[in-house]
Design a protein around this ligand. Structure first.
Ligand code: ZN
Length: 155
């Protein structure tokens, strides 16, 4: 699973990707790499993880929550650490997250996804900011360095 995110400033891109990575790591999803790069005037980022199944009628509630939170956490990370956001930021990811939340509700799991993601990222605030700071220095983090940066992340 490799998800591309487009934004404008390096710091915002770093904060955004760090949010995704923290959410994945907190839910036990292995993060292969986190990277940002400049394309013209824009910065874009990728957080690559091991393959994840989608939300299905039979998927586990924990899996559903991990996927839904993963979609929203880049946006929420920006809300916490890079507010105010430019207009219409992250609308596709928010739509994905809301679709996940609706699918979860249909299976009987009602969750305040925004509140959940916010609390999770705040709990791991130090690791998130450390990861973002590292992305300000290196455009790609992977391997043992990335594992080290994510070592204390928890739910
Ligand atoms: Zn994103």
């Amino acid at each position: 699973m490799k998800v591309k995110h487009i934004t404008f400033h390096r710091r915002r891109a770093a904060i955004h990707e760090a949010g995704h990575a923290i959410s994945h790591a907190a839910h036990g999803i292995r993060v292969k790499s986190v990277s940002i790069q400049q394309t013209g005037p824009h910065w874009e980022g990728w957080t690559a993880t091991e393959w994840q199944p989608g939300i299905t009628p039979d998927s586990l509630p924990e899996t559903d929550l991990a996927l839904a939170c993963g979609h929203l956490s880049g946006h929420v990370s920006e809300q916490i650490h890079a507010a105010p956001l430019p207009p219409a930021s992250n609308i596709e990811e928010i739509a994905h997250a809301m679709a996940c939340q609706e699918a979860m509700a249909a299976k009987g799991q009602d969750v305040d996804l925004q509140g959940y993601a916010w609390a999770l990222l705040e709990k791991n605030r130090a690791a998130l900011l450390r990861l973002a700071d590292n992305l300000m220095l290196s455009r790609k983090l992977s391997g043992s360095r990335l594992r080290f940066l994510l070592r204390e992340v928890s739910r």
